[in-house]
Write a protein that binds this ligand. Structure first.
Ligand SMILES: [Zn+2]
Length: 118
């Protein structure tokens, strides 16, 4: 059985006979979730963003997006800031994004990780 066109009132779609290829590389994902992260609970916050250094995060390593610089906090911090993780922040390292933030006119605050990476 092949693809099937389905139409309704004001809409249409194609029901695929085969599932779409999975976009996530299993080897990459295993590597990504094994990385050490800096964590911080909501009880200890707020926290400075590891990218811009502003006090914008309520928790750490919870994929919160910084409202100042747009960095998505997946737990990356000073311990591996040169690494391109390939997670929610795409093909840039934390160091790259820090430099871009300053190049775009941002003023970095003093960032202190709330604890060691674990
Ligand atoms: Zn930020």
């Amino acid at each position: 059985m092949g693809d099937e066109a389905v139409e309704g009132e004001g809409w249409s779609l194609v029901r695929r006979a085969e599932p779409a290829p999975r976009p996530v590389d299993g080897a990459w994902f295993g590597s990504y979730i094994s990385m050490k992260n800096v964590y911080g609970s909501a009880d200890g916050g707020p926290y400075t963003c590891s990218c811009c250094g502003h006090l914008t995060l309520t928790v750490r390593a919870a994929w919160e997006i910084c409202r100042e610089c747009g960095w998505e906090d997946d737990g990356q911090d000073d311990h591996d800031s040169s690494v391109v993780r390939g997670g929610p922040n795409g093909p840039v390292s934390l160091d790259d994004e820090r430099a871009a933030y300053v190049a775009e006119g941002g003023v970095r605050g003093d960032h202190v990780p709330p604890g060691p990476a674990v």
